[in-house]
Design a protein around this ligand. Sequence first.
Ligand code: ATP
Length: 260
Amino acid sequence: MSTATTLTPTALAARVDNAVKVYGSGDTAVRALDGVSVGFRAGRFTAIMGPSGSGKSTLMHCAAGLDTLTEGAAYIGDTDLGSLDDRRLTLLRRDRVGFVFQAFNLVPTLNVAENITLPIDLAGERPDREWLDALIDVVGLRDRLHHRPAELSGGQQQRVAVARAFAGRPDVVFADEPTGNLDSRSGGEVLRLLGDAARQASRTVVMVTHDPVAAAHADEVVFLADGRLVDRMERPTADRVLDRMKAFDGTTSTSGGEPS
Ligand SMILES: Nc1ncnc2c1ncn2[C@@H]1O[C@H](COP(=O)(O)OP(=O)(O)OP(=O)(O)O)[C@@H](O)[C@H]1O
């Protein structure tokens, strides 16, 4: 049987195979990814964790088509990103991928409603009003639609960014430290939104974080160390994630490392 081309419930929304990323060359070369193979299941919320410099952001950027791999392959659904020219890659990112960054990256001159629909407007598409309406309710922004970003709290701004990321019904939303600029209460709300969007609307979310509490909102955590995938954890709790992270201190060995 040939590989199915449509997504099934257990399909992978994004994956990398044998991903190698080398920055620079010669003596100063850094092997940020050293043969990582990992899949992100459709309809799930996955967190990427690991010590500083372990390659989390590099993995996310390469999986999302924001950067290219030195070796190996990255796929969104069945599309091999390495097979796309710049124009097609730009279109794929616009049509099939959503992004949430630590710095909210809203357009200051546009109001909330305009920020949310910006990717759809830029694509020249017609908004799906029903979907947008539901999204605005999910992120709790209905009474702020005509405000500009500067009139919102940080948590509200990030909720706008989450709504914008999901507005075009992307296959996968990548989030890079989305709660890094938020207090724990606002951060918790944003994480719940990401989880709800993944589970209720069958969207896939992949989040880079260094925070075990944030990772505990995910369905699964994948752990990187020194550019390699070293572990996966289903149904994480903050304590279990913290214990796993402690095992990285001093050694990145995965055999018999006992948390203190
Ligand atoms: N543009 C670049 N040029 C050279 N080296 C880079 C570049 N970007 C990242 N690196 C290096 O690649 C390695 C992985 O970096 P990356 O940012 O992916 O790690 P990270 O796990 O996201 O770290 P952090 O948690 O500190 O953000 C690090 O050694 C980093 O110094």
